[in-house]
Design a protein around this ligand. Structure first.
Ligand SMILES: *Cc1c(COP(=O)(O)O)cnc(C)c1O
Length: 434
């Protein structure tokens, strides 16, 4: 009988190979051992020669010590929630590696004393929105709303909000439930489709903490509707808090209906809350901008500490604000002609391999921004059967199937990734044929 133990190398012997020891020093022992065990199992099954175990183990090792994959977003949704919202700019990624070690995030190097945490990121945000008297950062948009509620509406004071703005953002996250969960009491005004200035005026009393305007990020109400603008509300004797969601700091010509922090503050909002990883194109964080005294009281509230952003976020946000335009901004300013040219180039590369053609498509902002806005884009149309192979390939390429074809929309694909897309399609097509 053939004794497989004689031919299959021992685990510890393989692990002692210099190349695998080097990999273990980079990725950690458990990941390398897992790969070695898998390679040895294939050796025992006769699929791998004993002398190839090391190279097979190396080939199945991940490049990084995370199970997360870099994914090519060909969905045509610029800020895709399931793909981690905004991809960071190269400048932000570089800033992350600076901040990852010991860093002067809370130390003034010239005096040697404690410095204001994250002062350079806060300064960059102030510079980007000169209308804001004060700025503060928390973990995400929800945390910003929670902090405003805890700090300003504690003790049974009410928050006046239109019924049509009682919004569910996604994955069961409902703004009214968030506010109530941290002790906010809501006073709803108006109906689902209509609210008037007098509704707000009648509801506001001495127990009102603030009026909340919530941007309906992911739906549009049309027909017999009316809302009340921030400038109308700003004459009420209580602060107006505007949750704009998207994080657009200044108006964007392509998204005329999308509220921006600057426009809301100019219109009279006392505070604006927003996310950092939607249209702003930065890391996950929550922005709070507005009246200096209010921002200061939020910053000093004990609860603020529970929502504090880490040094990585501060570094990435600063680089997003001061560095070159992040990928979300680049995608938003791309033209169909340019995207069509890329789609034609990719299709030409694939001719002979697979039935590929360049087609006009329409992209969306996504991630709770600019609902209903269609952005002219272009895609590579492929047979729908390729969808799965592309999704599980390396790197995974995620498109969407429309009318029986797989569309790889290029608006959110970095131009530098076009060659990777071509390779991925070739591999997926080959896997399908084999
Ligand atoms: C996205 C969004 C939020 C939540 O922000 P997160 O950063 O996801 O916590 C709140 N309000 C509005 C209007 C949004 O669009």
């Amino acid at each position: 009988m053939h004794d497989e133990r004689r031919t299959t190398p021992r685990t510890d012997r393989v692990l002692a190979e210099p190349s695998l020891r080097e990999a273990a020093s980079r990725l950690g022992g458990p990941l390398v051992k897992e790969a070695v065990v898998a390679a040895l199992a294939r050796c025992r099954a006769g699929e791998v020669a004993p002398c190839d175990v090391t190279s097979v183990a190396l080939s199945i090792l991940p490049d990084f010590a995370t199970q997360l994959h870099r994914v090519v977003n060909a969905t045509g949704v610029i800020v895709h929630t399931n793909l981690g919202r905004a991809p960071l700019s190269a400048a932000a990624v570089d800033a992350l590696s600076v901040a990852a070690g010991a860093t002067d995030v809370e130390l003034d190097l010239t005096t040697g004393r404690r410095g204001r945490r994250g002062r350079s990121a806060l300064a960059a945000l102030s510079a980007a929105v000169p209308h804001a008297g004060g700025v503060h950062l928390v973990n995400n948009g929800a945390a910003a709303l929670a902090l405003v509620t805890v700090a300003l509406a504690a003790g049974g004071r009410n928050i006046v909000v239109a019924r049509g703005e009682m919004v569910e953002i996604g994955d069961g996250f409902r703004i009214p439930e968030l506010l109530e969960s941290v002790g906010g009491t809501l006073r709803e005004v108006g109906t689902t489709n209509r609210v008037r200035a007098s509704d707000y005026a009648n509801a506001v009393d001495e127990d009102t903490a603030f009026v909340l305007k919530v941007h309906p990020s992911n739906f549009v109400v049309t027909g017999f509707t009316s809302t009340v603008s921030i400038s109308e509300l700003s004459s009420l004797p209580v602060p107006v808090v505007a949750d704009i969601g998207s994080g657009l700091l200044a108006p964007h010509p392509r998204l005329p209906e999308e509220p921006s922090a600057a426009a809301c503050l100019r219109a009279g909002a006392a505070l604006v809350t927003a996310s950092g990883d939607k249209l702003l194109g930065g890391p996950q964080c929550g922005l709070l901008l507005g009246r200096e005294d209010l921002v200061e009281s939020l910053r000093r509230h004990p609860f603020a500490r529970a929502l504090r952003v880490d040094k990585l976020t501060l570094a990435a946000l600063e680089a997003t604000l001061t560095g070159p335009p992040p990928p979300v901004a680049v995608a938003l300013s791309s033209s169909r002609e340019e995207l069509m040219g890329r789609a034609e180039g990719i299709s030409a590369e694939l001719s002979g391999t697979v039935d590929a053609s360049a087609v006009a498509s329409s992209a969306a902002v996504g991630g709770g921004g600019a609902p209903g806005v269609e952005i002219p884009s272009a895609a590579v149309a492929l047979p729908a059967e390729l969808a799965e192979g592309l999704r599980v390939g390396e790197p995974p390429v995620v498109g969407h199937v429309e009318r029986g074809r797989l569309l790889l929309d290029l608006i959110a694909v970095a131009p530098g990734d076009d060659a990777a897309v071509v390779d991925a399609v070739r591999r997926a097509a080959k896997a399908l044929r084999d």
